[in-house]
Structures are given as structure tokens and as C-alpha cells.
Write a protein that binds this ligand. Structure first.
Ligand code: ADP
Ligand code: MG
Ligand code: MG
Length: 250
């Protein structure tokens, strides 16, 4: 079992403090839902775990099996098994999706993957995600629709087989069928060697995936922890009730 542990994490963007002491422990085998009103720091948390340079950690720690994640480069974090499925995937003109995926896989192996094996894996994943085959040979995310970009993040996750996957609004912009395909695909990847953090605004994804743990992040702190029942409560009542717990909102 692996453990990703976040302790008293403070993160700033420029001179603005966004995260104000986040505590969160994720074991492999668990699926954590991260909820919260917009602009309160969910993406900031996931980006800081992955090491995005815009987010500076001013206090606290992130460890992966007792190793200091904050001391690692983004590449190292990826090699150690962290993966971020982004809310706004970037396009890279000039680099094909398939070359990008191959490079990402090879960065994490001693020996480069054999082309035949790579193509087999890629074809299988594209098939499972019911993606258009030509997306593999187009430039990464260039001209992809919103839904295609999101599916492509899941495609990367499938091929990279991370230990911890952080999925940021992976379902936004997906139609009903795509949402079903993506959530089935995430469910199929569930196993004792994978931990996940899933940010979504929609009940539908969580209904299909049934997270084991649920957290509500408000104004840079996790203020409520619970189980699936929290998702139903938020779905019915929004976040207003959290205020009554004495939490100040943005
Ligand atoms: P959420 O994902 O919960 O909607 P974010 O983490 O994206 O919230 O944003 C939290 C706050 O941090 C917001 O006020 C947002 O404007 C600010 N913020 C996040 N990323 C950046 C950035 N790269 N540059 C400037 N401000 C940012
Ligand atoms: Mg947001
Ligand atoms: Mg966000």
C-alpha cells in the first residue's frame, strides 16, 4: 500500500495565500471526492501536489510513502506515480498525441517501451474510451473538443498507470454518453494499487464512481470530511449549510 499525505499545506499564488492549512491523507485503494464552491482552492491543491510552478508552498508538507514530494521536480513526481488530469488541458502544437504518450511512458521506464506493445496498449485504451482513432495521430489537444480533451486525460491515465490520480473536473463538458464511458473507465481502473482524488461539480460522476471518502474545501481549508452522504447533502442543499458550522466563505 502507498500513502500520499498532505499536512498543514499552505500555498500562495503570487503574494495571495490560497491554501491555508490543508490536511488530507489518501491511501491506495481509496477514492476521495473533493467538493467546494468555485474559487476556493481545489485546483490549487491538485496543482500544488503535482508541482505546478505557479503555486508556491509556503508551509506544510506533502509526502509519498514518507518521501518528500515537495523536493521532487514535476517529472520525478510523475515517475513516482503521481498523475494530474487537468481541468484545462493544454494543447501542444507540433507534438502528436501518440508521441506525447510514448514519451511520457518512456520517461517512467528504464527501457523504452517496444513500439508494438505501445500501439497495442494505445489501441486498447482508445477503444475502451470509444475515442476517435485519429485523435492519437493529431497534435496533442489541438482542435480537440472539450469532451475529447477530457477523455484524452483519461487515456493518459490509462497508459501511465499512476499510483495516485488527481482528476480535476474531468467530467465537465461531457455529454451523458461520454460521462458514462469515462466513469466506467475510471471504475475499471479502480484497484488496491491506485488512489484517486476526484473534483467534480456534478453528482452524476460521483453516483457512478461512489467515492470512499468525501471532503469539502472552503477558503483554502478542508472543513468537512465524510462519506458518500455528503455528496447527496451538497447536491440537495448546496454549500450554504457549511456556513452554519462557523466557516467563513469567500
Ligand atoms: P477552485 O478549483 O476551487 O475553483 P482554484 O484553485 O482554481 O479554485 O482557485 C482558487 C483561487 O486562487 C481563486 O481566487 C483563483 O483566482 C486563484 N488562482 C488559482 N490559480 C491561479 C493562478 N495561476 N494565478 C492567479 N490566481 C490563481
Ligand atoms: Mg473552479
Ligand atoms: Mg478548479
Amino acid at each position: 500500500m502507498s500513502v500520499l499525505k498532505i499536512k498543514d499545506l499552505h500555498v500562495s499564488v503570487g503574494d495571495k495565500e490560497i491554501l491555508k492549512g490543508v490536511n488530507l491523507t489518501i491511501n491506495t485503494g481509496e477514492v476521495h471526492a473533493l467538493l467546494g464552491p468555485n474559487g476556493n482552492g481545489k485546483s490549487t491543491l491538485l496543482s500544488a501536489i503535482m508541482g505546478h510552478p505557479a503555486y508556491s508552498v509556503t508551509k506544510g508538507s506533502i509526502t509519498l510513502d514518507d518521501e518528500d514530494v515537495l523536493a521532487m521536480s514535476v517529472d520525478e513526481r510523475s515517475r513516482k506515480g503521481l498523475f494530474l488530469g487537468m481541468q484545462y488541458p493544454q494543447s501542444i502544437p507540433g507534438v502528436t498525441n501518440s508521441d506525447f504518450l510514448k514519451a511520457a511512458i518512456n520517461a517512467r521506464r528504464e527501457e523504452p517501451i517496444r513500439l508494438f506493445q505501445f500501439i497495442k496498449k494505445l489501441d486498447k485504451a482508445i477503444d475502451e474510451l470509444e475515442m476517435n482513432e485519429d485523435l492519437a495521430h493529431r497534435y496533442l489537444n489541438e482542435g480537440f473538443s472539450g469532451g475529447e480533451k477530457k477523455r484524452n486525460e483519461i487515456l493518459q491515465m490509462k497508459l501511465l498507470e499512476p499510483k495516485f490520480a488527481l482528476l480535476d473536473e474531468i467530467d465537465s463538458g461531457l455529454d451523458v454518453d461520454a460521462l458514462r464511458i469515462v466513469s466506467e473507465s475510471i471504475n475499471n481502473m479502480r484497484n488496491d494499487d491506485l488512489g484517486m482524488v476526484i473534483v467534480s461539480h456534478y453528482d452524476r460522476l460521483y453516483e457512478n464512481i461512489r467515492p470512499t471518502h468525501v471532503h469539502i474545501l472552503v477558503d483554502g481549508q478542508i472543513v468537512v470530511d465524510g462519506g458518500y452522504e455528503l455528496i447527496k447533502k451538497v447536491n440537495e442543499e448546496g454549500f450554504e449549510w457549511v456556513k452554519e458550522l462557523g466557516v467563513t466563505f469567500k
